[in-house]
Design a protein around this ligand. Structure first.
Ligand code: HGY
Ligand code: MN
Ligand code: MN
Ligand code: MN
Length: 413
């Protein structure tokens, strides 16, 4: 099996990859920005872009009952196992064009590069419908459906009180078919290609890196409650200002993370109520996102912050509640697959030293069930979850080279 692809072919494929990402970026709920949340109507248009390319490769495509886009390439080898390649098609609000999408389109590009090369394994290419957790504050609905564990999420509600089950029905899918979304094949591994979303590869002047572990994360919803009152007549010492209390908590979380190596803490959404300039906020709802590569450090930090919230509330005559929406342990990638990816990187002239992912990915969930590995592409400016998120054409081409070689190495194992 030749592993070197003619340069012009990969360059063309790299260009087609970028064009397809740009086409999918235009499938958005919000004109003028990229926003694609779970089971929003533009997701159908994104699927249609992928269907067009997949059809030209003779791949069977479908949308499963969780809204995942699925493409299947069958091997004619007797007893063939299945390689899953995937990433997510949903986005955060006002996102970039590559987080998630690039990994799905690169998968399609690899199958295009290998369209005339028989492989001894099936390939299941998946564009997950929900990884970010924006609409329901619960991420990984798509990949949980692939594992057959999404049933328990059907009653989770969004900010409007609508359940996941209702969202699936309104989007035009049959909740009763959710069990059919489960991939019941003998999976040899999962490959996710993704932008790094951070500054490391750019700082090290590297195009690509294999990922050997994904940081664990805790996501919680907090509510601080005090007493709404008149902003003009209420003396400062008589206030029970929920927002002032929450603000003290936000700074405490930032301070703890700044002083704990490798810990990151983020309050990304915060909503004071009633939200009028002349009313002291009686209630504040906010999120906390806590991550670290070692679970014990993250868990210790969370315990300290919950104790801090209790002290702050007591000192300010407030109450608070917290609800855990996600606890994902740090996930090591499969050593054998990551080593094979390292071999492919080295064979293509890249440094093969693997790295830790600070961002969460479908691989962190699937990696508990199947051998998983990830290939990162450099993020120019270290920017992501932002409209200026970018990727370099030469890194896309390098990823196609390394990915092609990885699939060959996997075939020869
Ligand atoms: O938030 C994350 O880590 C990922 O981008 N969903
Ligand atoms: Mn569709
Ligand atoms: Mn993301
Ligand atoms: Mn992502």
């Amino acid at each position: 099996m030749t592993t070197s692809q003619p340069a012009h072919e990969l360059t063309d494929l790299a260009q087609r990859t970028l064009t397809c990402c740009a086409d999918i970026a235009a499938c958005t709920e919000e004109p003028g920005q990229i926003t694609r949340t779970f089971l929003c109507a533009p997701m159908h248009d994104a699927h249609a872009r992928l269907d067009a390319w997949a059809a030209a490769l003779g791949l069977q495509t479908r949308e499963d009952a969780a809204g995942n886009w699925r493409a299947t390439r069958r091997s004619d080898r007797e007893g063939a196992r299945t390689l899953v390649i995937g990433s997510h098609l949903d986005s955060v609000p006002n996102a970039g064009a590559y987080d998630g999408v690039l990994g799905v389109v690169l998968g399609l590009s690899l199958l295009d590069a290998l369209k005339d090369t028989p492989l001894p394994y099936h390939v299941e290419l998946v564009g997950f419908s929900e990884e970010e957790g924006v609409r329901f504050s619960v991420p990984f609905i798509g990949s949980r459906a692939l594992l057959g564990t999404a049933e328990e999420l059907l009653t989770v509600t969004d900010a409007q009180g609508k359940t996941v089950a209702q969202a699936i029905t309104e989007y035009g899918l049959d909740v009763g078919q959710l069990a059919e979304a489960q991939l019941r094949e003998d999976v040899l591994g999962y490959l996710e290609m993704h932008i790094e979303q951070g500054p490391v590869l750019e700082a090290e002047d590297r195009s690509l890196a294999a990922v050997h572990a994904i940081a664990g994360q805790s996501r919680l919803n907090f509510t601080f409650s005090g007493k709404a009152n008149h902003a003009g007549t209420t003396p400062m010492h008589l206030r029970r200002d929920a927002l002032a209390g929450a603000s003290a908590f936000v700074l405490a979380a930032e301070n703890l993370a700044r002083n704990t190596p490798g810990l990151v803490a983020t309050v990304g959404a915060l909503r004071p109520l009633p939200g009028a300039s002349n009313v002291i906020p009686g209630e504040v709802q906010f999120t906390l996102d806590l991550r670290h590569a070692q679970d014990e450090v993250r868990e210790g930090a969370l315990a300290r912050l919950l104790a801090e919230a209790q002290q702050l509330a007591e000192a300010r005559d407030l109450t608070f509640t917290s609800e855990v929406r996600l606890e994902e342990p740090a996930t090591p990638m499969d050593p054998a697959l990551t080593e094979l990816l390292g071999e492919a990187l080295a064979a293509e002239g890249h440094v093969s030293t693997p790295m830790v992912s600070g961002a969460g990915h479908d691989a962190m969930l699937l990696g508990h069930t199947w051998p998983a590995t990830m290939l990162f592409l450099r993020s120019p400016g270290g920017l992501s979850h932002h409209p200026d998120e970018a990727v370099r054409g030469e890194d896309v081409e390098a990823a196609l080279r390394v990915g092609t070689r990885f699939l060959h190495l996997l075939a020869e194992r």
